[in-house]
Design a protein around this ligand. Structure first.
Ligand code: 3PG
Length: 306
């Protein structure tokens, strides 16, 4: 019988684990769960005999791949796959897939949740502001961006987007106004929400030069990746622009200094939690399980990313 392992430092919700098990069992596969492991060495040992792996943000480095001689497929239950060494996987003929869109509503709800929290002064009882009528600029209109637009419209926000890789009509059909120029969007909106992946083109791309274009009093929201922010530039922005606010689901390395100096102008979730809902875990986990079965049964590689 094929050995399938779900390796998650950050475990799925209980309801998702039950559903993942039942999807595999129904098709005659058995699955084990390796959760909250403490080191890459522990992960190395755990993958020694597995043929399929489901992960979340778990780091699948060349070392891990070298330690898994039977591995055929890795499915990242989620969107971003910057945590997987794709070249190392390809060198071993291992298929890497993600589960696009499956956790995007959860992330979108967190974006708007953090915006409300900030607009109401961290719920301290003092008068705040409303989101209705404010302009929101979405940087990258993938699954998460699209969901952010939908939820933001429910709040009565004016929604804009910038994404040179998505046809204009797709965004316009959603009632979103498209910007061809990113800086122009930064100049226009009271809120900017980031949804770009972390790759060689985007790492540190949100730098002081770009942030400084933001409108007076504007808020930057990051539920994407820590690496896309130039953290020195972020600090400079906090220091030079006393009107600037930053909300993030991924703490910057210099978060303590930022929190100490600018506590009321920032909010960082204690642990990355955009996709931490039972629904998102069920959607992404079950999709991953089904993709593995489809791969073994029919050679299906529809969601391959390497
Ligand atoms: C993703 O890329 O899907 C999100 O960042 C969620 O990541 P997580 O599964 O580690 O919570």
């Amino acid at each position: 019988m094929k050995k399938i392992l779900v390796a998650t430092v950050k475990p799925f919700a209980g309801a998702a684990i039950e559903k993942i098990k039942s999807v595999f069992e129904k098709e005659g596969y058995s699955v084990s769960f390796f959760e909250k492991y403490e080191s890459q060495d522990d992960l190395k040992k755990a993958v020694a005999d597995v043929e399929a792996l489901i992960i979340r943000s778990d780091k699948i480095t060349k070392e891990i791949i070298d330690a898994a001689p039977h591995l055929k497929i890795v499915v990242r239950a989620g969107a971003g796959y910057d945590n997987v060494d794709l070249a190392a996987a390809s060198n071993h003929d291992i298929v890497v897939e993600n589960t696009p869109g499956q956790n995007s509503n959860a992330v979108a709800e967190l974006v708007l949740g953090m915006m409300v929290f900030q607009a109401r002064n961290h719920f301290n009882g003092k008068p705040g502001t409303e989101l209705k009528g404010k302009k929101l600029g979405i940087q990258a209109y993938g699954h998460v961006g699209k969901n952010v637009a939908r939820v933001a419209k429910g709040f009565g926000m004016k929604v804009f987007a910038y994404d040179p890789f998505v046809p204009k009509e797709v965004m316009e059909d959603d009632g979103v106004t498209v910007f061809d120029n990113l800086e122009e969007m930064y100049r226009t909106c009271e809120y900017i929400s980031l949804h770009i992946p972390a790759n060689e083109h985007t790492i540190k791309s949100i730098n002081f030069d770009l942030m400084s274009k933001m409108k007076i009093g504007a808020t930057l929201v990051n539920t994407a990746r820590k690496e896309i922010i130039d953290e020195e530039g972020l600090m400079k922005m906090f220091r030079e622009r006393s009107d600037f606010t930053y909300l993030s689901d991924i703490k910057p390395d210099n978060h303590e200094a930022i929190e100490e100096e600018f506590g009321d102008r920032c909010f960082f979730t204690p642990k990355k939690m955009g996709a931490q809902t039972a629904e998102a875990n069920i959607n992404a986990g079950v999709a991953a399980a089904k993709q593995i079965i489809a791969f073994f049964e029919n050679g299906d590689k529809k969601f391959q990313v390497n």
